[in-house]
Design a protein around this ligand. Structure first.
Ligand code: ADP
Ligand code: MG
Length: 417
């Protein structure tokens, strides 16, 4: 990897500012899903084993620059403490004399957590004074918050502009797995793209167009493509103002020789709610007052058949309204199928908040080659964008130049006019 990682840093006896993504769901003051906390543990353990002390920095929710009691990090620190069996105190505020004193008392092997950074508007504004104060807490910066790497905030960009910044082990895993999709995927490479809106997926479709052999499209976004192919979609979610762009994507795929599969049958429902009347219809016969809520059984089969030769698969976006269990067959079958394929040696990477939630619900996460912890960040990465929180980290120095070989003296070329 081009970036230096925490393994390259000398952290012994140092105070390490560790940016983590502990933006986890909290219900009744308890952490409901701790997968993001668990994901940071390898980096934390590594730092503690190296005799560093750790200052954890995270955001939680969107308190928008105000103290919001329900967005305090205490439940998160408690869960982390339980997992590590180490005390993890939380400061009352990210700033203030009490906080700097507590940091001053930290000993190697100890850690503390700064209170939710987004209680200060200065965090999201990447305020230089705020960044300077945070930076002064430590001597080394490590970023393990891939999910926040697409944001240029004080804790993701401001601090590592001052203190030398390294990628954490989770950040490294994300970069290695996602960059492989863009740079050297084993072929054939297929991308399964679903989700609600095509407008949020056009950039990734365009970016992957030059990389993949096959696109398989489901979810609400498929409707706009069906319309671009001349079909009607009844009351379904449709972005009318994107039909033309969808048509251009279809044409580009054809020109590039990329197979572009849309659902051939769909589940339609009278209402997009639990218990609503629903049935299976061909994609070219969607009735007027019904909505598409899932891919149909024939599509599930043909998608699997198309994925059979793939050696790399990327999946983003559920194939139906999976939150309603009756409309989740397409998504669940895809999750099970891809988990099986990953087990059989195909490289299968999934990214996206909702698609990952669907995979985790089935407890299939560990079966996948890689599950990205970044929703928006993983999409932006695959769109080919430079993520500010990664760009700012230290680059691996170029290897020393080899001893110069004797070269024949340069010949003077006659000027050509
Ligand atoms: P991800 O978070 O995995 O990137 P998105 O946020 O793009 O995925 O999309 C997830 C949402 O798409 C889900 O809430 C799901 O209900 C919705 N969705 C999927 N299929 C349809 C459909 N046919 N009609 C409306 N919404 C859909
Ligand atoms: Mg989502």
């Amino acid at each position: 990897m081009q970036k230096l990682t925490v393994r390259d840093a000398d952290v012994s006896g140092k105070r390490v500012l560790l940016r983590v993504d502990f933006n986890v769901p909290i219900e009744d003051g308890k952490v409901k899903d701790d997968s993001r906390i668990r994901a940071a543990i390898p980096t934390i353990r590594h730092l503690l084993q190296q005799n560093a002390s750790i200052i954890l920095m995270s955001h939680l929710g969107r308190p928008n620059g105000k103290v919001v009691e329900s967005a305090r990090l205490r439940p998160v620190a408690e869960r982390l403490s339980g997992l590590l069996r180490i005390r993890v105190p939380v400061t009352g505020d990210a700033l203030g004399i009490g906080t700097s004193d507590a940091i001053g008392r930290l000993k190697p092997g100890q850690m503390l957590m700064l209170e939710n950074l987004r209680f200060h508007a200065a965090e999201a504004a990447n305020d230089p004074e705020f960044a300077k104060t945070l930076a002064a807490y430590g001597n080394v910066y490590v970023n393990d918050a891939f999910g926040a790497a697409h944001r240029a905030h004080a804790s993701t960009v401001g601090v590592p502009s001052i203190v030398p910044g390294y990628a954490g082990l989770l950040m490294e895993r994300e970069i290695v797995n996602l960059s492989k999709l863009l740079e050297s995927p084993a072929r054939p490479f297929a991308a399964v793209i679903g989700g609600a809106k095509v407008s949020t997926k056009l950039a990734v479709l365009e970016s992957l167009m030059t990389k993949v052999d096959t696109f398989l499209i489901g979810g609400g976004m498929a409707n706009t493509f069906l319309v671009a192919r001349g079909m009607t979609v009844g009351k379904s979610l449709l972005e009318k103002d994107r039909v033309e762009e969808a048509g251009r994507v279809l044409a580009a795929a054809e020109k590039a020789g990329v197979e572009f599969l849309l659902p051939t049958d769909v589940v339609v429902a009278k209402e997009v709610t639990r218990g609503a009347e629903h049935k299976i219809v061909p994609a070219h016969k969607i009735p007027n007052s019904w909505s598409v809520v899932d891919i149909g059984p024939q599509t599930r089969e043909s998608f699997e058949a198309a994925l059979e030769p793939a050696r790399t698969v990327f999946w983003n976006g559920p194939l139906g309204v999976f939150e309603v269990p009756t409309f989740g067959d397409g998504t669940r079958q895809m999750a099970r199928y891809l988990a099986r394929r990953a087990g059989a040696g195909t490289s299968v990477v999934a990214g996206g908040g909702d698609s990952v939630a669907a995979i985790e619900e089935l407890r299939l996460g560990p079966d996948f080659t890689h599950i990205s912890t970044g929703g928006g960040a993983s999409l932006e990465y695959l769109e080919g964008k430079e993520l500010p929180g990664i760009a700012v980290l230290l680059d691996r120095p170029a290897p020393p130049p080899k001893a110069p070989r004797k070269r024949a003296p340069a010949r003077k070329e006659p000027a050509v006019r």
